[in-house]
Design a protein around this ligand. Sequence first.
Ligand SMILES: Nc1ncnc2c1ncn2[C@@H]1O[C@H](COP(=O)(O)OP(=O)(O)OP(=O)(O)O)[C@@H](O)[C@H]1O
Ligand SMILES: [Mg+2]
Length: 172
Amino acid sequence: MTVLWFTGLSGAGKTTLAKAVRARLPSYSFILDGDDLREGLNQDLGFAEAHRLENVRRVAEVAKLMVKAGVLPIVALISPSRQGRALARGIIGQGFTEIFIHAPLAVCEERDPKGLYAKARRGEIRYFTGIDAPYEPPLAPELMIDTVCNSVEACADKVLGFYGLPSLRSRA
Ligand SMILES: Nc1ncnc2c1ncn2[C@@H]1O[C@H](COP(=O)(O)OP(=O)(O)OP(=O)(O)O)[C@@H](O)[C@H]1O
Ligand SMILES: [Mg+2]
C-alpha cells in the first residue's frame, strides 16, 4: 500500500493538492497535514532542526500504522531536509512515494496564504523554511508537481494518473 508524501515549501500547494486528490479518491484515504499534527500530536515540538526531524519521524510512524489499517495516507508536510525524508522512507519502506510539490520561493512568498512569509520577513517568527531555515529539494522524487504552470485540477490529475488511481471526476 502506498503513502503519498507531499514535500515542498510553505505555500507550494501541499494542503490544497492533498484535498483535491483526496476528493477524487474513495474513502480509504486520509490526509495527515502538518498543521493539524502540530496542533495535537506534535504540539510539544518547535522548528529547530532536531524537532523538525522528530516531527517527520512521528508523522511517518502514524502513516505506517494507517497503512496497516488499510488506509491510504496523504501526507502534507514541508519535511524540509533530505535526512528527514530519508528517515520517513526508512520507516515506511516500499510504499513511500515522495512527491515534490514545487513552486519557486518567490511565488510561495507572493501567495503567502497564511501571512507567514510576511511575518518571517518582519522577524516575528524564526526558523521559517525558505527564509531563515533551509529547504532541501528532493534529488530523486518519485514525482514532481509544478504548481505554477498547472491548475489545481491538473496537478491532482497528475498525481492520480501516476498511480493509475481512478479519478472520480474522469469517471463521471
Ligand atoms: N496548482 C496549484 N496547486 C496548489 N495550490 C495552488 C495552485 N495554484 C495556486 N495555488 C494556491 O497556492 C496556495 C497553496 O497553499 P497551501 O496552503 O496549499 O500550501 P502548503 O504547501 O500546504 O503550505 P504550508 O506548508 O504552509 O501548509 C493556495 O492559496 C492555492 O490556492
Ligand atoms: Mg499546508
